[in-house]
Write a protein of this length. Structure first.
Length: 94
């Protein structure tokens, strides 16, 4: 089957409704939520979104809690790095 939409991509289903700026935002969100992510446990690109905030690996069957539209959010990355830094400081002092 040929390519039907050149510019709008997945948001072509909305037609001319809702305005172009909102459709562009929705396109970014929908592309990220439907894409596959790499599993931290088995290393394969098989993690898909089951429902809001729940991601499951098709290969090793692990279930991961994450963001609503992406596997890891920006705030989760910040918290993870902060915890790692604090653990490193604590181990150096002990």
């Amino acid at each position: 089957m040929g390519k039907r939409t050149k510019k709008v991509g997945i948001t072509g289903k909305y037609g001319t409704r809702y305005g172009s700026t909102l459709r562009k935002l929705m396109r970014k969100i929908e592309v990220s939520q439907h894409s596959k992510y790499r599993c931290a446990f088995c290393g394969k690109d098989t993690v898909k979104r089951s429902c809001v905030g729940i991601w499951s690996c098709g290969s090793c069957r692990k279930v991961i809690a994450g963001g609503a539209y992406t596997l890891s959010t920006a705030s989760a990355v910040t918290v993870r790095s902060t915890i790692g830094r604090l653990r490193k400081i604590q181990s150096e002092q002990a």
